[in-house]
Design a protein around this ligand. Structure first.
Ligand code: HEC
Ligand code: HEC
Ligand code: HEC
Length: 199
């Protein structure tokens, strides 16, 4: 996974302008059904292996469905025990998980981002994210939607191998308290009520 992060980084230039397009395209390609291997543009349709390999539809249609990405709600599927991935290849590998949510509090009107360590460490090792692209320190990394859309930070995986960036509310999942919503300081909403005079 570490290697693929670097690979993803090295193709960043190509992806830069097309980041949003990728995530939208991912939704379009997958909408409706899974393409058979012979038509997915990845496998050689003339190869005999295409007849031997399991078709994505057979493997994925039995899992918890999603409306985006590759149409599987992976976190739920793992929780329900529909899949039981091997946690390590080598005996000596130490498997580390962490059940801690981090609220990435942004200024503005979007709901707050809840980053769940649990859902991530069930698939990934700490070293996939720490200390790059994220320092293991709250507020230690300046995270922005702009970088994410360029395929950096959360966008290294989201929009590439995990659910696409078009699913805004899956990350921006915590409603902002009303009192925190920004309004010009001199604006008193009560002036918009009937029969009240302005300043
Ligand atoms: C998918 C990426 C990812 C993985 C994997 C990950 N983390 Fe994090 N971690 C984050 C992000 C994002 C933050 C918040 C960074 C910020 O606020 O700038 C964070 C913050 C932290 C913090 C700071 C929390 C605090 O209270 O100060 C610690 C400690 C931490 N992680 C430990 C771990 C450990 C241990 C593991 C493995 C068991 C792990 N992380 C796996 C992304 C990840
Ligand atoms: C190293 C890869 C990686 C990075 C970086 C990463 N994620 Fe994820 N994320 C995953 C994977 C894998 C899953 C599980 C598969 C899926 O849901 O598509 C996931 C799932 C999630 C979920 C879904 C939890 C659920 O209950 O369905 C949220 C929310 C999420 N990520 C937010 C973030 C945010 C916010 C960041 C950046 C701060 C981030 N992720 C960075 C790989 C990553
Ligand atoms: C993979 C998770 C993820 C998804 C999906 C996502 N965001 Fe974000 N977004 C973040 C994170 C993380 C931040 C930065 C939080 C911080 O400041 O610490 C952020 C920040 C923002 C900001 C604040 C300004 C900025 O540039 O940082 C806006 C606005 C925003 N997102 C809009 C959106 C919209 C609209 C969508 C859907 C098209 C979306 N986001 C989808 C994770 C996500």
């Amino acid at each position: 996974m570490r290697e693929s992060i670097y690979r993803a980084k090295s193709i960043n230039l190509l992806r830069t302008a097309a980041a949003v397009f990728w995530s939208v395209a991912a939704v379009c390609v997958w909408a409706g059904d899974w393409l058979p291997l012979a038509k997915d543009g990845v496998h050689d349709p003339k190869s005999p292996a295409v007849k031997l390999l399991q078709q994505p539809r057979d493997a994925l249609s039995v899992l918890t469905p999603d409306t985006a990405g590759n149409q599987v709600r992976w976190v739920e599927s793992l929780e329900k025990g529909e899949i039981k991935p091997r946690s390590r290849l080598r005996k000596e590998t130490q498997v580390r998980t962490l059940d801690q949510d981090i609220l990435l509090d942004i200024k503005g009107s979007m709901p707050i981002v809840r980053f769940p360590h649990k859902a991530h460490t069930e698939w990934l090792d700490c070293s996939n994210c720490h200390e790059y692209p994220f320092k293991s320190l709250i507020g230690g990394t300046k995270i922005s939607m702009f970088s994410i859309l360029q395929g950096e930070q959360c966008g290294v995986c989201h929009g590439a191998v995990s659910f696409p960036l078009t699913e805004c509310l899956r990350c921006h999942s915590v409603p902002r308290p009303k009192s925190e919503q920004t309004a010009p300081p001199n604006l008193d909403p009560s002036y918009h009520l009937p029969r009240k005079e302005g300043p």
